[in-house]
Design a binder for this molecule. Structure first.
Ligand code: AMP
Length: 496
């Protein structure tokens, strides 16, 4: 393995890396930095958590160090403002001993300050595509001197509908520029975009998800759908130490988990695309500084979250697919640290559970030793392997004999009817309206919130019956909660 010194980095950069506590390059850094410093294009398949931010920012800094010429020399495109801000923070840290001007621009906030910063002169610009093009079209940005273009999380940018923006931006940069292209996954559309932009790229494929996942302890809690809230409280009561990142399927779900936890006295904050930029920045800051122990997030809003030593990730709602599962749990167990991922698997999650196991080529531990476990017959069905050809993307799942469309497994998992499998807090009992359809927003519309469209809302339908809260408080809750029940409502006054 090479050291940072051997990668040809300037002493000012090496000093900053030392301050950051980096001893050796990660594999993506070892691969990319040398190539990029030599001027090659790079196509990297690497996820967040592998050290890829430094892999592309360090060569940028190396190429700028000691220069006085004006103009934007490097442009980093990122899908969300959180990620853009994260990159800017890393760049600031790595460049603390050199003179480099950078700024970050993203949608959802006033452009005034951003324009002011651009006018002062910028060497490295970090941007989300939508706002960048807006400011370019208004004449505030000149990209003709960009000699290094970085596309970070290209797969996400494509998911969010940025393909045309990316192509336009790319064409505005200097023709002989170098491009560093990173993506966590490499489906055909992403590869096609890469091949249309890159010139004889050096390729590297870092940390196939499985390798990274090896370091993370994974546990599936087999839990009743209508007991997720109780299960979460139970888990938190039994694991009082360590920061927790919780994932929900929808923005509404994230709000509800946040509220429920705050009610229980936990220091919990939530981020998602419907929160104002100020609220999101505050929440992230509180979590990073450990002022909040728990951060609740939707998938897209979580993209920029980079918290060192995050011990726990909890999937209160299971993700849409196995890749997203790997992304989520990759938030813990970083840089060799301990990490544990807990997932609440309910009646509706049989197919995704098996998809994940297939994707990881491993069987995951199923925990049933808790008070809210699925009934035996349901559990047996969830754990049963699907029949060959079973579908999870449409129509009734095959392999569940004797259940019709209205049955527990009969529905379409993607259909969102009744918020299948979702965390359901005290929502219904609080008289919240059904907000289905109100969740859609993305970077290209409205405030460019960075939230991917297509997240389903909390269904509002009442498949699960009344909420845990109303049942427990009225004393008519399931007896399965047993002795654990008392614990949940104790110590409410104390911030946990
Ligand atoms: P990234 O994949 O860029 O989001 O980085 C993930 C985490 O790894 C961040 O917290 C970085 O500060 C950290 N990191 C990046 N490179 C190194 C390194 N060479 N040694 C130790 N930690 C690193």
């Amino acid at each position: 393995m090479k050291s940072f010194e051997e990668l040809g980095l300037d002493t000012s950069i090496l000093k900053a890396l030392k301050d950051a506590g980096y001893e050796n390059p990660t594999p993506v850094q070892e691969g990319t930095i040398e190539w990029a410093v030599e001027g090659h294009d790079v196509l990297g398949c690497a996820q967040t958590g592998t050290g890829k931010t430094a892999a592309f920012t360090l060569p940028i800094l190396q190429r700028i160090v000691g220069r006085n010429d004006k103009g934007i020399k490097a442009l980093v495109l990122a899908p969300t403002r959180e990620l853009a801000m994260q990159i800017a923070n890393s760049l600031r840290d790595y460049s603390k001993y050199m003179k480099v001007r950078h700024t970050v621009i993203y949608g959802g906030v006033s452009a005034y300050e951003q324009i002011k910063n651009l006018r002062r002169g910028v060497d490295v610009l970090i941007a989300t595509p939508g706002r960048l093009l807006d400011l370019h079209n208004q004449g505030h940005v000149f990209l003709g001197k960009v000699e290094t273009l970085v596309l970070d999380e290209a797969d996400r940018m494509l998911d969010m509908g940025f393909i045309h923006d990316i192509k336009t931006i790319e064409s505005l940069c200097a023709e002989d520029k170098q491009t560093l292209f990173f993506s966590a996954t490499m489906p055909p559309d992403v590869r096609k975009l890469a091949m249309g932009i890159l010139k004889e790229p050096k390729q590297l494929d870092i940390a196939p998800a499985e390798q990274k996942v090896d370091r993370i302890e994974q546990e599936m809690y087999m839990v009743r759908r209508d007991r997720k809230r109780a299960m979460l409280n139970y888990w938190l009561e039994n694991n009082p130490e360590g920061q927790v990142l919780i994932f929900t399927k929808t923005k509404r779900g994230a709000d509800r988990v946040e509220e429920d936890l705050q009610e229980q006295g936990y220091r919990a904050v939530a981020i998602h695309g419907d929160k104002s930029q100020g609220a999101r920045t505050r929440a992230l800051g509180d979590f990073k500084r450990n002022k909040a122990r728990i951060l609740v997030a939707t998938d897209v809003a979580s993209r920029g979250i980079d918290v060192d030593q995050l011990p726990y990730v909890i999937n209160v709602d299971m993700p849409e697919n196995a890749e997203t599962y790997v992304h989520r749990i990759g938030r813990t167990g970083r840089a060799g640290a301990f990490g544990k991922a807990i997932s609440f698997c309910c009646e509706d999650d049989r197919d995704i559970l098996h998809e994940i196991e297939k994707h990881l080529s491993m069987e995951l531990a199923k925990t049933t030793d808790h008070p809210f476990v699925l009934q035996d017959n349901v559990l047996a069905e969830v754990l049963e392997k699907p029949q060959r050809g079973g579908s999870r993307s449409g129509g009734p799942s095959r392999g569940y004999k004797g259940r019709s469309g209205g049955g527990r497994f009969g529905g379409n998992r993607r259909g969102g009817s009744g918020g299948s499998g979702e965390y359901r807090g005290g929502g219904d009992s609080r008289g919240r309206s059904n907000d289905r359809g109100g969740e859609r927003s993305n970077e290209r519309s409205g405030e460019r919130s960075g939230e991917r469209s297509g997240e389903r809302s909390y269904g509002g339908g009442n498949r699960g019956g009344s909420s845990f809260k109303s049942k427990e408080r009225s004393g008519s809750g399931s007896s399965s909660a047993g002795g654990a029940k008392k614990k949940f409502f104790s110590g409410v006054a104390k911030k946990k």
